[in-house]
Design a protein around this ligand. Structure first.
Ligand code: PHB
Length: 390
């Protein structure tokens, strides 16, 4: 440092300590938000960005004396890009927190950066069970596929579905959904004659659905990532699978609130299990949905939006607990154990696993006021990620 700048810096520091704030606290608090804003997962980016903006509009952009600055980067859902952007955000922008992560490979690629730089990484979307094990600095506000899948494997055999074929995207969350649905369904006395896996990128469901038609199970269980559900639904109906007596069931990623209303009446009656529905009947959720739709030209929030909204809360509360000081380890400690009412219902960040504990709901697609919704009809309370006890 040149002498002049050193003197200036010392002067600034003296001024800062006289006003009771450290130099760090006078800096903005930076959140490096990495999302797929373009490409196959763009709806996830759009939903989470809108939710973080809503959170800030409702809660202000100053927390414990620190101005909050969100630096949004588009990773186009390519994990190499996610890793490079995370590196730049940590090294050049000196962000206090990393957040976002639209898909599992993105979250996995940033784990080592979070660990080395001691930067908390708030995973708002990606949902493979093992993500939280990729770094001790990862905290998750989305959900896990084992969490969502097990409930349906308990519901199905009690409701006349004895043989089920599974169809999942061939990567982390799909493999979790397949394993945890199948194991539990077999345990419950069901039969799984076939497990089908479709490519994650640009899948063509047609040949897989043809196979399912030939096998003629009672139901087809599906996991595809947010954004791909409408294509599955369309092809399922076009092939007359429902008329052939095959029911469609799945995790709520399939009847995604971002797309559900455009899927048409063919979606009526589809049963899924998930942690969030825009139709969740609580005052907190009504308020959230109304405000979100108002701020986004009528766009309905989906489960990605709620992961982003709650992720912002977790970050804000952690910063408050440090009295605005921040610091990777202090922020992480402030995130662990948070318990609050989300639009999804009660939620808890397990201090041991840093993963979300939440209610899982069974829902059926129904029409309400002329619109399609996932209407909740049963709940399994306080579900921990079953993937953690492996
Ligand atoms: C993931 O890649 O972890 C993922 C993406 C979209 C979903 C669920 C999981 O809907």
């Amino acid at each position: 440092m040149k002498k002049r700048t050193l003197i200036q810096a010392l002067g600034l520091a003296a001024l800062a300590s006289a006003s009771g704030l450290s130099l760090a606290q006078q800096q903005p608090f930076k959140i490096g938000l990495i999302l797929p804003m373009t490409g196959q997962q763009a709806t996830t980016g759009r939903q989470i960005e809108a939710a973080t903006r809503l959170w800030i509009a409702q809660n202000g952009d100053t927390v414990a004396g620190r101005k909050v600055q969100v630096i949004l980067k588009d990773d186009t859902s390519l994990p190499d890009v996610t890793r490079r952007l995370a590196q730049e955000l940590v090294v050049n922008d000196k962000v206090d927190v990393l957040a976002g992560m639209g898909i599992t490979p993105s979250a996995m690629s940033v784990g080592p950066i979070a660990t080395q730089s001691k930067t908390p990484l708030v995973v708002m979307a990606a949902a493979t069970s093992s993500i939280t094990e990729a770094s001790p600095y990862i905290v998750r506000t989305s959900f896990t596929l084992p969490q969502a899948s097990v409930a349906l494997a308990d519901w199905a055999p009690k409701n006349g579905l004895k043989t089920v074929v599974t169809l999942v995207s061939d990567y982390g969350p799909g493999l979790d959904a397949e394993k945890f649905f199948k194991d539990r369904f077999l345990f419950n006395g069901g039969k799984v004659p076939e497990t089908l896996r479709v490519p994650m990128r640009n899948p063509d469901f047609a040949p897989f659905l043809q196979k399912v038609r030939d096998l003629k199970p009672d139901a087809l269980f599906v996991f595809v990532p947010s954004g791909a559900g409408a294509a599955v639904m369309k092809q399922f109906l076009e092939r007359g699978m429902d008329k052939a007596g095959i029911r469609l069931i799945g995790t709520g990623d399939v009847t995604d609130d971002d797309q559900l209303n455009d899927m048409g009446d063919g979606a009526l009656g589809v049963v899924t299990s998930h942690h969030y529905s825009a139709a969740h009947p609580s005052a907190a959720n009504k308020k959230f949905v109304e405000a979100f739709e108002k701020a986004n030209k009528g766009l309905r929030p989906n489960f990605m939006a709620v992961g982003g909204y709650d992720g912002m809360r977790v970050i804000y509360e952690a910063l408050k607990k440090t009295n605005g000081k921040g610091g990777g380890d202090a922020l992480l400690a402030g995130m662990k154990g948070q318990l609050f009412e989300s639009p999804r219902g009660p939620m808890f960040i397990d201090a041991q696993t840093r993963d979300v504990v939440q209610n899982i709901y069974l829902r059926k697609v129904e029409k309400k006021n002329g619109q399609l919704y996932n209407v909740e009809f049963d709940v399994i309370k306080d579900v921990k990620d079953p993937g953690k006890s492996r």
